[in-house]
Ligand binder design. Structure first.
Ligand code: AMP
Ligand code: ZN
Length: 112
């Protein structure tokens, strides 16, 4: 098991667990790009959005619901936040385990 996020999910790499349920875990990004930068990660190892089966697609709705919950908990539901999913090499994906970046706490710029 050489997937860093699977190692975090298995408790083999310590992190601050911000939220978890049966299907999803949330922990801080190690290299934060905003005052609030969390990673919303399915516990199942799915390499990327491109590998998500139709049957697995409800997981995305679940991750978005977790994002809304985080926004409330972090007190930024009204101010706003950004969700980013990088997919594949040209999409800028570095860790090959599906995840959403949850970014907030400052006015974000468009950067692509
Ligand atoms: P992506 O480019 O979308 O694959 O983003 C991967 C993200 O994972 C980057 O923002 C990294 O800073 C973050 N990351 C890599 N290793 C860890 C780790 N051990 N704990 C928390 N975040 C990590
Ligand atoms: Zn994994």
């Amino acid at each position: 098991m050489d997937c860093i996020f699977c190692q975090i999910i298995a408790g083999k790499v310590p992190t601050e667990i911000v939220y978890q349920d049966e299907e999803v875990i949330v922990f801080p990004d190690i290299n934060p790009k905003a005052p609030i930068h969390l990673l919303i990660v399915p516990k199942k190892h799915i390499p990327s959005l491109a590998h998500l089966s139709e049957a697995e697609s409800p997981l995305i709705a679940r991750m978005v619901n977790v994002a809304n919950r985080l926004a409330k908990d972090e007190g930024i539901a009204e101010r706003g936040y950004r969700l980013v999913v990088n997919c594949g090499e040209e999409g800028g994906q570095l860790v090959p385990h599906l995840h959403m970046h949850f970014l907030g706490g400052r006015r974000l710029q468009v950067h692509w």
